[in-house]
Design a protein around this ligand. Structure first.
Ligand code: OXD
Ligand code: MN
Length: 603
């Protein structure tokens, strides 16, 4: 690292929290580089949080919301140039470009350290460097990982306090070990010209500069839990996935655990918190996690999963008591809101929230906004950060160090056409192919055009920390270490009819699809074979009382062979880009599918 030779900072509070020499010397090196006025170690206590909140309000970083209606809730408005993940400024820094793969931006590690080192040099002058030790995963779990983030942003500290197990417990778990992720973050002057998110998987290190937006700066989340995690997972024989985890309890009290991958802002949080409709009132859905899943084969031959996070960093717009009542309850206290609108009486507002649209609010930038305005009051990627402990349906196993056994894996994209409502893969290899060929319409979670279909394998395109073909190979290899592989499914809640209306009601009604998935995972429901995979037999797919015409459901399940041949062409472009490492099984799966579709078309 590029350490400058200046004096260490004048003041260091809380350094006696740990005697770990590796931690101390790394912090000292980073402090010499960034030159903060003070270094403050975070212990994760309630008193510390209260103190940080007071400071954040005093400094204008947070606005207190109506404390009667939203106790413990605050609003943060970010710089308008800094509202989403920046995939084009995110880099994987491995010794060779090939290791990072065509799916990642790449900079050679010493070059990245040099370039970012120049930006970090003196970047914390006049500021405080916070030392944020954290655990990703349940405390004491053999699957958990420890990270330490050094940051000059109190907003990051407060968010990390919700999203991770932060402070003393992390230091206790770390002890004297050198094995922790080293994260360094400075907001600098929040200038997109000086914004980089660099991952050094070989060093278990992350350097992030120039942003204050969650996905770029809460380093435990996308950076450690997915990009570095996926890299370590391949090396160590486990999987880091962009998946929710839910426990589906049937009327006999048996709970089946399902993991589901959907791209950003495609409803993972809603699905993870699903409330079954009346018809399924004796079923319950428990949330283990809403965004990230780490899975490892257990000694019993099953795949065991933990949610490495402790909170939800969810998309606010569209969240309401109809779409996600449990989320609304979860975010009613001790929640940080980012870039939502604020009403005159200190409540929050976003497009799609319950109730009347208010006549006037302050928009996400704090500007007066009037009902009927063509601009959005809340930013489309405005967020809430809420503790998972607030969730009334938090799984009793969410903090279990052993994790939960996964019986089914679901892949879902946002596709207004082509992809049917639900199908099951023929086998694991075909399941990997379904994940590898996922496509989805882009959303506001990342900067760039919204609504265009892009291939987003396993919803990991922005998060896979190494070459995607090798990543598919790792998925296929899991079959060697996992005796009881989960069954694999594909869903699409977003298919539309020719008149543009949604063909499937979604939300709680997704329970119908989920029940079929769970039943299939246990081998107790029927299915028809189609060229694409197994689809529900009518008798095994409970549609009674569904809120859309049955013809719409049929249309949502229909297979348009011509559209599929176009889809397969698009898949080929992706496969060609990754040709060097694409597993042969997946190339053959695609050809087999073309052959099946052509036969179907020829009648
Ligand atoms: C997220 C994302 O914030 O995927 O979870 O962008
Ligand atoms: Mn996500």
């Amino acid at each position: 690292m590029n350490a400058a030779t200046t004096q260490p900072p004048r003041e260091a509070a809380g350094a006696d929290l740990s005697k770990n020499p590796h931690l101390a010397s790394w912090i000292e090196t980073c402090a010499r580089l960034t030159k903060p006025d003070r270094v403050v170690w975070c212990d994760g206590s309630e008193e510390e949080k209260a103190q940080f909140l007071t400071e954040a309000v005093r400094d204008g970083l947070l606005v207190p919301l109506n404390q009667e209606r939203l106790p413990g809730c605050y609003l943060h408005r970010s710089n308008p140039n800094d509202v989403a993940r920046v995939e084009h400024l995110t880099f994987i820094c491995t010794p060779t470009r090939e290791e990072a793969g065509p799916n990642n931006n790449w900079i050679e590690p010493s070059e990245a350290y040099r370039r970012l080192g120049n930006l970090f040099d003196g970047s914390m002058r006049g500021r405080t460097m916070y030392v944020v030790p954290y655990v990703m995963g349940p405390l004491g779990s053999p699957m958990a990982k420890i990270g330490v983030e050094l940051t000059d942003s109190l907003y990051v500290v407060l968010n990390m306090g919700i999203m991770t197990r932060m402070g003393r417990p992390a230091l206790a778990m770390l002890g004297d070990s050198p094995d922790f992720n080293r994260g360094l973050h400075s907001t600098l002057d929040v200038n997109p010209e000086r914004r980089f998110i660099c991952h050094f998987p070989g060093d278990n290190t992350i350097w992030s500069v120039g942003s204050g937006y969650g996905g770029n700066v809460l380093l435990g989340k996308k950076c450690l839990a997915l990009r570095i995690g996926s890299y370590l997972g391949r090396r160590e024989g486990w999987m880091a996935e962009h998946m929710l985890i839910m426990g589906v309890e049937d009327p006999n009290g048996e709970t089946t655990y399902v993991a589901a991958a959907f791209p950003s802002a495609c409803g993972k949080t809603n699905f993870a918190m699903l409330i079954p409709p009346k018809r399924f009132e004796r079923w319950k859905v428990w949330t283990v996690g809403d965004d990230i899943c780490w899975m490892r084969p257990g000694p019993d031959g099953r795949l065991w999963a933990i949610n490495p996070e402790a909170g939800y960093f969810g998309v606010a717009p569209g969240t309401n008591y109809a779409s996600n009542p449990n989320a609304m309850r979860t975010i009613s206290r001790n929640t940080l809101y980012t870039n939502v609108a604020m009403t005159g009486d200190g409540d929050v507002y976003w497009e799609g929230k319950d109730g009347e649209v208010p006549d006037e609010v302050l928009d996400w930038q704090g500007r007066p906004w009037k009902k009927g305005s063509l601009e959005k009051a809340a930013h489309p990627n405005s967020r809430f950060t809420a503790p998972m402990a607030n969730n009334p349906m938090l799984s009793p196993r969410a903090n279990d160090p052993a994790g939960v056994p996964i019986s089914a894996i679901v892949f879902g994209g946002r596709r207004s056409d082509t992809v049917p409502l639900v199908l099951q893969s023929f086998n694991w290899t075909h399941g990997v192919y379904l994940g590898a060929t996922m496509g989805s319409e882009t959303t506001a979670a990342a900067t760039g055009k919204v609504g265009v279909v892009r291939r987003d394998p396993m919803a990991m395109l922005p998060f896979c920390g190494y070459d995607m073909g090798d990543y598919f190979g790792h998925w296929l290899n899991m079959a060697k270490s996992t005796r009881y592989l989960p069954k694999v499914f594909q869903v699409n809640w977003f298919r539309k009819g020719s008149d543009g209306r949604f063909l499937w009601p979604g939300y709680g009604e997704n329970m119908r699809v989920l029940k079929w998935i769970v039943d299939r995972a246990h081998g107790r429901a029927g299915a028809w074979e189609t060229p694409l995979g197994w689809v529900p037999k009518q008798v095994d797919f409970d549609l009674s009382g569904v809120s859309v015409p049955l013809e719409d459901v049929d249309e949502a399940q229909s297979i348009d062979v011509d559209a599929w041949l176009v889809e397969l062409h698009d898949q080929k472009e992706f496969f060609d880009k990754h040709q060097a490492t694409m597993p042969r099984e997946l190339v053959l799966q695609r050809e087999l599918l073309i052959a099946r579709l052509e036969r179907a078309r020829s009648g």
